[in-house]
Design a protein around this ligand. Structure first.
Ligand SMILES: Nc1ncnc2c1ncn2[C@@H]1O[C@H](COP(=O)(O)OP(=O)(O)OP(=O)(O)O)[C@@H](O)[C@H]1O
Ligand SMILES: [Mg+2]
Length: 236
């Protein structure tokens, strides 16, 4: 990963904290393509290298319709299994009950060894997930657990942003990924081309944080974010 040294240090610190029962929460936000998912995958690699297990998932457009979907996916639990459990114990499987069940699962996982919970794309999160993330980090603060949460900003709705504001006010560390510097963009181009780009080529590089290279097959979103004067015209 290029040009994100302070962010990578924060990730390493987070992973160390999991083993030390610090209950840390790291919030990552940034524009489309800013490198949020890449940073989360770096966190997962750092955790695995430190014998910390990882429970990771991402929200998406459809998971919004499943209460607590991303948390259950991260835990490898199916809602129907939990619902059966709730039925067996005479409880109703409401979202609140699901959050309680998730808390118990997390406690058990953290009792076995340090655990990193990584949840991406929380701008798509359903209300039960947002509620869970509002309460679980402090409820489980004394366990061997750390949290890394990411959302795209600015997002359409306000709810994930509100969650980030609240968690930050309670001590979570928040990182807003800024555009990459010229040096990092040059390094990315070198990686992509296999040769050091000359200054003329660098002036053609898409403005950060756009780090994907647009090709004729790229999505319209990629082309919209690329200055029209710098690259050949993309698809309509
Ligand atoms: N600092 C970086 N160094 C190297 N590659 C990067 C960097 N930042 C982003 N990339 C690459 O750019 C692409 C987009 O990054 P990524 O998917 O992590 O963005 P994102 O913020 O998660 O985007 P989205 O909002 O669409 O989910 C990926 O191919 C990723 O590997
Ligand atoms: Mg992403």
């Amino acid at each position: 990963m290029r040009g994100r040294e302070p962010e990578l240090r924060a990730v390493l610190d987070l992973v160390r904290g999991a083993a030390n029962r610090r209950g840390d929460v790291l919030l990552i936000e940034g524009d489309l393509g800013a490198g949020k998912s890449l940073l989360l995958s770096q966190a997962a690699s750092a955790a695995e290298a430190a014998d910390t297990s990882v429970a990771a998932a991402a929200a998406d457009e459809l998971s919004r319709f499943m209460p607590l979907g991303p948390v259950l996916m991260a835990l490898g639990e199916s809602p129907s299994e939990l619902a059966n459990e709730a039925g067996a114990s005479g409880q109703v499987s409401t979202p609140i009950w699901l959050v309680e069940a998730a808390r118990t699962r997390l406690e058990k996982r953290a009792a076995v060894g340090p655990l990193l919970v990584s949840l991406d794309d929380l701008h798509w999160a359903d209300p039960a997930t947002l509620h869970a993330l509002r309460t679980l980090p402090w409820q489980l603060a004394s366990h061997r657990l750390a949290w890394i949460l990411a959302r795209r900003s600015p997002d359409q709705g306000n709810d994930a942003g509100l969650l980030f504001d609240l968690l930050e006010s309670e001590g979570a560390r928040r990182i807003s990924l800024q555009p990459l510097g010229d040096g990092a963009v040059a390094e990315l181009l070198t990686d992509a081309l296999g040769a050091v780009p000359d200054p003329g080529l660098l002036t053609l590089a898409p403005a950060p944080p756009v780090t994907r290279c647009c090709s004729p097959n790229s999505s319209p979103a990629c082309w919209r974010r690329t200055p029209s004067t710098s690259l050949p015209a993309g698809p309509a």
